[in-house]
Ligand binder design. Structure first.
Ligand code: RUQ
Ligand code: CUA
Ligand code: CA
Length: 643
């Protein structure tokens, strides 16, 4: 705690000392990280004291502990990390309510087992899944009028450059698109309006940034990195087809969009286009790259594009060389210090903020000025920078409270710094009396993402802030070498931040959004007609044979399946369709076939199907795997495969 106070008083001294440290340590990120970790272990004791204070003052952000039966105020949509799914939390309690499988098979719901989910996930010619690993980072939801409209959320898979869409009415993934021409798809953000048509005040595009550069087309292994490229991609929010891509200099990292739909941006840490890390950090400044959406779409319409390899996707030229004339430029490269990380739009719609990562600064870019640049009224896009202020070591991501304050994670300092954006702008303009740093709070430890309630909308409410700490060290009972990450919840309703809670989480979840629960109206029972294969009446069930091709139709109604047994012949090519005719909320059944690697569920009025070859003769008890009734154990049917 003392450490924190000192920093508040001696802001300038601290910054100078830290700056020296950054330079002398030659910015070898890993070793700096290790030092900072050990340092912070000692101050970790501040945690428990801070949380009891929060409970005592009642915490404007609300107490973390909800009484049994009480519901949370906010939904949290969380990236699941390597489990390739989306976690849904209730906040402020931090209770995990569900997980929505997307990129990786899931044994509970049968994701990657049923034909319906395999179709979404993508299969090879032999019907097996194309990919079974994923690395999800970022999740954001669809907008209307600058707030979430509860239609969709999107999440990225960095490993295989896939974008998944989640329907927020049923909380299911309904489409996955693999991006062409790119590797390391990282940043993702939906637009919030159309750049041209004011009637379209909702999301129709999703922008995707590719972090790695590769040869185009990537068909021959070549070492010469100067020939590699990175692209920025636009995906249609409804069809999930790739609309267009922009060839750029440097790389993409995270993505942000303006509230008027006119601009999207990505921070670039590798403007050097290095292939080794020392090359990637050799320049003092990199960039925040802006895209003029209307102009890009005009260029596509006018046929000013190329295609690469098998891909039909139009690729326009957004490189520096081809975009020197501001009045026709598709892109603008705003210079930002040293390997910036994170670009975030402020809820007043005025600014994008880039965090410096290897520079202890935050850069505030005024969007109105970026638009002026595109009109030829500003000599350089760099003139759109209205503040570049010292925040602390290793700034990564920024959230907002809707009261003019920004909250930035400091990875190396293991802190969240609260700073006032307008004060920072005054300070930058020369008013050295402007105190922009409002508060600092130690977090445990090494924070990456953070997000505040409603922070990414015009309705930012400044109540709670979640912080994804990459290291938990001593915060939980030891469980062997793999430590969980530590997600912390902070009350930001007052002047000072107050730590409320720690939650262990399996790595590597990254990003999340938090929004008011009344923005969603989820449905809890399907409609039979949602599924083309639905079996509407138990009388329609049975075994239907067409040579070797066999369709088994079954319905479930607690505590029985419509067929008490069904007979197959060895070698049959079977498709089994199951409709759950129970139509009351929370009455889910499961269906497992031993030795056939089949297990899936059907929710109320849901239909799912599986296909397999009946290659093993014998008797197989297909049983309900989801506890549904006092006779749940008795809820079975026999699959009899004759030799
Ligand atoms: S980016 S910390 Cu994918 Cu920051 Cu996660
Ligand atoms: Cu049906 Cu358990
Ligand atoms: Ca760099």
């Amino acid at each position: 705690m003392k450490d924190v106070d000192k920093k508040n008083e001696g802001e300038e001294l601290g910054v100078m000392a830290r700056r020296r440290f950054m330079n002398s340590a030659a910015l070898a990120g890993l070793s700096i990280g290790a030092i900072a970790c050990t340092d912070k272990a000692a101050t970790g004791a501040a945690g428990p004291a801070a949380s009891s204070a929060a409970v005592a003052h009642g915490g404007g952000g609300g107490a973390v502990h909800l009484k049994p039966g009480e519901l949370d105020t906010y939904y949290g949509l969380w990236s699941g990390g390597h489990t390739g799914d989306m976690r849904v939390l209730g906040l402020p309690s931090g209770r995990e309510i569900t997980r929505i499988p997307c990129f990786v098979p899931d044994a509970l719901v049968g994701w990657g087992i049923t034909n319906e989910s395999k179709k979404v996930m993508g299969t090879k010619a032999d019907g097996s899944l194309k990919y079974t690993v994923a690395d999800t980072h970022h999740t954001h939801a669809s907008y209307k009028d600058g707030n979430y409209d509860g239609r969709y959320a999107w999440i990225n898979d960095k490993i295989n450059s896939r974008i998944a869409r989640i329907r927020l009415d049923y909380f299911v993934c309904d489409k996955i698109t693999e991006l062409p021409n790119v590797q390391g798809f990282h940043g993702i953000f939906p637009d919030k309006a159309d750049p041209v048509d004011p009637k379209i005040n909702y999301t129709t595009r999703v922008f995707c940034g590719a972090e790695f550069s590769i040869p185009l087309p990537n068909t021959v292994g070549t070492e010469d990195g100067t020939k590699y490229h990175s692209l920025f991609t636009c995906v249609d929010a409804e069809s999930m087809e790739v609309r267009w891509q922009v060839l750029i200099d440097g790389n993409c990292d995270l993505t942000a969009t303006s509230y008027d739909g006119k601009l999207a941006a990505t921070n670039q840490y590798n403007t050097e286009m290095g292939v080794h890390y020392e090359d990637m950090m050799s320049a003092e400044r990199d960039a925040c790259l802006f895209f003029n959406i209307a102009r890009i779409e005009e260029a596509v319409k006018a046929g000013k594009f190329k295609t690469y390899g098998d891909s039909k996707v139009p690729v326009v030229d957004g490189t520096r060389e081809s975009n020197k004339d501001a009045k026709t430029a598709l892109t603008a490269y705003v210079s930002v210090p040293k390997n910036p990380h994170g670009v975030n739009a402020s809820p007043d719609a005025k600014y994008f903020i880039c965090a410096g990562k290897l520079s202890p600064t935050g850069t505030v870019i005024e969007l109105a000025k970026v638009l002026e640049y595109f009109e030829g009224k500003l000599e350089s896009p760099d003139k759109a920078i209205v503040a570049e202020v010292e925040l602390g070591l290793g700034p990564l991501h920024t959230a907002f409270d809707g009261r003019g304050n920004a909250y930035t994670t400091l990875f190396l300092d293991s802190q969240v710094v609260k700073w006032n954006v307008e004060a920072a702008i005054k300070f930058h303009a020369g008013d050295k009396s402007a105190k922009y740093v409002v508060d600092r709070l130690d977090v445990q430890y090494q924070p990456g993402h953070l997000n505040a309630s409603q922070s990414e909308t015009r309705a930012a409410d400044g109540k709670i802030l979640a912080v994804g700490c990459k290291f938990s060290k001593d915060r939980f009972l030891p469980v062997g070498p793999l430590h969980p990450e530590n997600e912390q919840l902070i009350d930001i309703s007052g002047e000072k931040m107050v730590l409320l809670a720690d939650h262990p989480v399996r790595g590597e979840p990254h990003d999340f959004i938090i929004f008011k629960r009344d923005l969603l109206k989820p449905k809890q029972v399907y409609a039979l007609d949602d599924f083309p294969l639905a079996i509407k009446d138990p009388k329609e069930t049975g075994v239907f044979r067409n040579g070797k091709k066999v369709t088994v139709k079954i319905t479930s109604q607690a505590p029985a399946f419509s067929l008490r047994e069904f007979k197959l012949k060895k070698g049959d090519e079977v498709t089994l369709i199951l409709t759950n005719l129970d139509k009351i909320e929370d009455l889910t059944h499961g269906f497992a076939i031993p030795k056939y690697n089949v297990n899936f569920i059907v929710n109320p009025l849901e239909t799912a199907s599986v296909s397999f070859i009946a290659d093993k003769p014998g008797v197989f008890w297909c049983y309900c795997t989801h506890f549904c009734h006092a006779l749940h154990l008795e809820m079975r049917t026999r699959m009899i495969v004759e030799a």
